[in-house]
Design a protein around this ligand. Structure first.
Ligand SMILES: *[C@@H]1O[C@H](CO)[C@@H](O)[C@H](O)[C@H]1NC(C)=O
Ligand SMILES: *[C@@H]1O[C@H](CO)[C@@H](O)[C@H](O)[C@H]1NC(C)=O
Ligand SMILES: *[C@@H]1O[C@H](CO)[C@@H](O)[C@H](O)[C@H]1NC(C)=O
Ligand SMILES: *[C@@H]1O[C@H](CO)[C@@H](O)[C@H](O)[C@H]1NC(C)=O
Length: 525
């Protein structure tokens, strides 16, 4: 009786606009009992230091910074791998690559993809009655039943892999620069390494190629339009929705867009960062005007900056991996240094996620799956283990407790793909293997194995510059704990249902609009 009275009182007060919005959520008839919508935006190759709210020197992300002040910003949030396909596979399965099988990238000619007996987040939500859409870079296999439309997404619009994995007529900026697609058949050109030139980059809508080659100059606007249309349709359908937007930004090639009013001489990277920020702003505005109180928006990145792209790569902020840079090579994308996997992360849900809060909880992209499934009142598949956990209490400001332990899989720079040889334990980080990715100067750090491991304390050494002394008391206290958690997870994985990926390649599976046209162009020039 007393509670009911209070509730009536609260409704009265909230209607007059005085009450903290948190209470409004529980009392508003409009949202009560409805399952929440989810929008997950994943940037590509964005640096921790590219987010203005993270790194004072950067000021190219006004929309994201505003989202940070209206929600929660995570400063110790990690991608599940330091390269594209494994990071995305872990986001959509809540499992590390050693379990879901995806330990390295798929190619244009890959026959397989994310194994079919892995259950994606979209499949779980689809079963729970959600309308599901994906826009952007998939990179989990595009051939046959590996296409996103068969992995739980009702709607798909995007390039099925990285937008440097095919030529275009609008090549944009890459390092080395890549030529435009050939217009007509001719003798093979003597092309620089790292450029794809035989097949033009495809753009799909559902199962059809709607453009090949893609015009990169209006891709950002197309993604914004399709995302806002999806939100519009879904929010009038009467069903809750999941929208996963995997941006092409900040991966190379960067586009040629010249925004009106951009300061002269501004770096290309920074202009593209602003373009990405404005794309995210358009999606958030759409959420705000259609489904604000009942939509959870999560923004993060797939891995750190691709340093070998020099001035076309982002900023790692303070996570400069100086132990590695002294050996040579880059400590960013493809490595297990912080610059490789510590990514910007924001959570926005008016009335649920507290405003303008910075969280230092240790969280991971792996947590998105279990958290979203819990909030959707669905259940996790029972016949496998998960590496992420439901962190909704952290998101709602009711707890500060993130992970005690995270494992960072090898992602190309050193060691075997997917192997767990870097361990985060509280504020310590232990490396059994180190190596640098290709740096701007062309150097790659040597692969080095460390037994016993190098251990850094991130609390006072964010740069990962000086390992703890092996003979010291602190090292001796941490080492047995590292050994124990590593042995435990390896044992757990050995007893889990793990999937195998078919990484074979066959040129005939290349997406091709018209095999009779040069570079598979959709139309004759
Ligand atoms: C894509 O598929 C969805 C779900 O089947 C459908 O509603 C939508 O109309 C399709 N869009 C296009 C452009 O084919
Ligand atoms: C967010 O918090 C910071 C520091 O706590 C404060 O300076 C700033 O004014 C706040 N912003 C908003 C929009 O409340
Ligand atoms: C693996 O899958 C089988 C068949 O679905 C199931 O019986 C078993 O419990 C699963 N194992 C684990 C560790 O979940
Ligand atoms: C997937 O299938 C393979 C064999 O086809 C099996 O070994 C594995 O346990 C399955 N994984 C899951 C998660 O069910």
């Amino acid at each position: 009786m007393g509670w009911l009275f209070l509730k009536v009182l609260l409704v009265g007060v909230s209607l007059s606009g005085f009450l903290y919005p948190f209470v409004d959520f529980y009392t508003s008839g409009k949202t009560r009992g409805q399952k929440p919508n989810f929008v997950i935006i994943l940037a590509d190759d964005m640096g921790w230091g590219d987010l203005g709210a993270n790194w004072a020197g950067r000021k190219f992300t006004p929309n994201l910074d505003k989202m940070a002040s209206e929600g929660m910003r995570f400063v110790d949030f990690h991608a599940a791998a330091s390269t594209c396909s494994p990071s995305r596979a872990s986001l959509l399965t809540g499992r590390l690559g050693l379990r879901n099988g995806v330990t390295h990238n798929f190619a244009v000619t890959s026959v397989g993809g994310l194994p079919l007996n892995e259950t994606t987040l979209a499949e779980v939500l689809q079963q729970a009655g959600y309308v599901t859409g994906m826009i952007g870079k998939w990179h989990l296999g595009h051939h046959s039943s590996y296409h996103p439309n068969f992995r739980g997404f009702d709607y798909y619009f995007g390039i099925p892999y990285s937008h440097d994995m095919g030529c275009t007529d609008t090549p944009g900026y890459n390092h080395p620069p890549c030529p435009a697609c050939p217009q007509s058949a001719g003798p093979p050109r003597n092309l620089e390494r790292d450029c794809y030139t035989d097949v033009a980059l495809p753009l799909y809508e559902n199962l059809s190629i709607v453009e090949q080659p893609v015009n990169l100059n209006d891709l950002a606007q197309k993604y914004a339009d399709k995302a806002t249309q999806f939100i519009q349709h879904a929010s009038t359908s009467g069903r809750p929705f999941l929208l996963y937007v995997a941006l092409a930004h900040m991966h190379v090639p960067l586009s040629m867009t010249q925004r009106p009013g951009a300061p002269r001489g501004q770096r290309l990277y920074e202009e593209n960062l602003q373009e990405m920020d404005s794309l995210v702003g358009q999606i958030k505005d759409k959420v705000d005007c259609t489904a604000k109180e009942n939509t959870f928006l999560w923004f993060t990145g797939d891995n750190g900056p691709w340093a070998q792209k020099c001035e076309l790569a982002g900023s790692v902020g303070p996570f400069v991996g100086s132990w590695q840079t002294r050996q040579g090579g880059s400590p960013a994308k493809q490595t297990t240094w912080e610059g490789g996997h510590r990514v910007p992360a924001l959570a926005y849900w008016p009335g649920r996620v507290p405003v303008n809060v910075t969280s230092t909880a240790l969280l991971s992209v792996l947590d998105i799956f279990p958290t979203v499934v819990a909030l959707a009142q669905a259940s996790l598949p029972h016949d496998r283990h998960f590496d992420g956990v439901d962190v909704s209490e952290v998101l709602f400001g009711q707890s500060q407790a993130g992970h005690r332990v995270l494992f960072h899989p090898n992602s190309g720079a050193a060691g075997e793909f997917g192997a767990l040889q870097t361990v985060r334990l509280e504020h310590y980080k232990a490396f059994y293997v180190t190596g640098g990715a290709k740096a701007c100067d062309g150097s790659t750090g040597p692969e080095q194995h460390h037994e016993p491991p190098l251990i850094f304390s991130l609390e006072d050494d964010t740069a990962e510059g000086l390992p703890l002394e092996r003979g010291g008391a602190e090292y001796q206290a941490v080492l047995p704990k590292v050994r124990k958690v590593l042995a435990d997870i390896l044992q757990d994985i050995a007893n889990d249902n793990v999937s195998r990926v078919d990484y074979t390649q066959d040129p005939s599976v290349t997406p091709c609009c018209n095999p009779l046209q040069t570079a598979c162009r959709c139309h004759t020039m």
